[in-house]
Design a protein around this ligand. Structure first.
Ligand code: GRF
Length: 227
């Protein structure tokens, strides 16, 4: 590993089931992540992610939004927790809250998200439904650096599938998520290895700006990655 964050831990923020967290936990267990998940944080007490973290012996914290007077206070508490744990990289994995610009700015180039669409298409909620309604033939997921604007940061890596005539939002969610479990640990590893960074609003891999995200397609997974 190289870079200023080399010895610093990862925090995963998740509100839901935590299957992406599990993929990261599994990659770390295989020594394929080149880093350690120090902290898992959720806004929901019933998040599967908390259960998965505890089962893996990772410090898991439930931060209930109702305990703070407003969003800014909540985000300050969250940032304090990240600082307390010396977090170098924040990985958003289905965290269903928008973080304020101050927190995001404090982790510029050090915060990743995965969104289940081929960004910039279908930002925000219900991307599978939107892809079907738009008649898209290709769909997928995107790993990107986080900026204050929702789902708008520089893209790094995409997983693409062909939409089939029988697809519905549930089938797309399931099929896209399978690929997420491959691309997210890969991007996190690149970052921890010091291969991935963000400069002048653009993602770079091995010092080369990514004019477009790298793409993994269903038929090419697990190894082929092309620009
Ligand atoms: C994933 O589809 C991810 O793309 C989105 O939220 C979902 C989280 O799923 N940001 P899980 O909790 O990791 O299973």
């Amino acid at each position: 590993m190289s870079g200023p964050a080399a010895n610093r831990g990862i925090a995963v923020l998740a509100s839901g089931e935590g299957t992406n967290l599990q993929a990261l936990i599994d990659a770390a267990a295989r020594d394929a992540l080149h880093g350690r998940i120090e902290l898992v944080l959720s806004d929901r007490a019933d998040a599967g992610a908390l259960v998965r973290a505890r089962a893996a012996g990772i410090h898991a914290v439930h931060l209930p939004p109702g305990d703070w007077p407003d969003r800014a206070a909540y985000d300050r508490a969250l940032a304090a927790l990240l600082a307390e744990h010396g977090i170098g990289l924040v990985v958003l994995a289905g965290f269903m809250r928008i973080l304020d610009a101050e927190v995001v700015g404090g982790f510029a180039g050090r915060m990743l998200n995965i969104h289940p669409s081929l960004l910039p298409r279908h930002r925000g909620l219900h991307p599978h439904r939107k892809a079907l309604a738009a008649g898209d033939r290709v769909h997928g997921a995107t790993v990107h650096f986080v900026v204050p604007e929702l789902d708008a940061g520089p893209s790094i890596l995409q997983y693409r599938i062909a939409i089939q005539p029988w697809d519905n939002p549930a089938s797309l969610s399931r099929r896209v998520r399978e690929g997420e479990h491959f691309i997210y640990p890969l991007a996190v590893r690149w970052w921890l290895q010091g291969r991935l960074d963000c400069r002048d609003g653009q993602a770079r891999l091995d010092g080369q700006p990514l004019a477009a995200p790298l793409v993994v397609t269903r038929d090419m997974a697990p190894v082929a990655v092309c620009a």
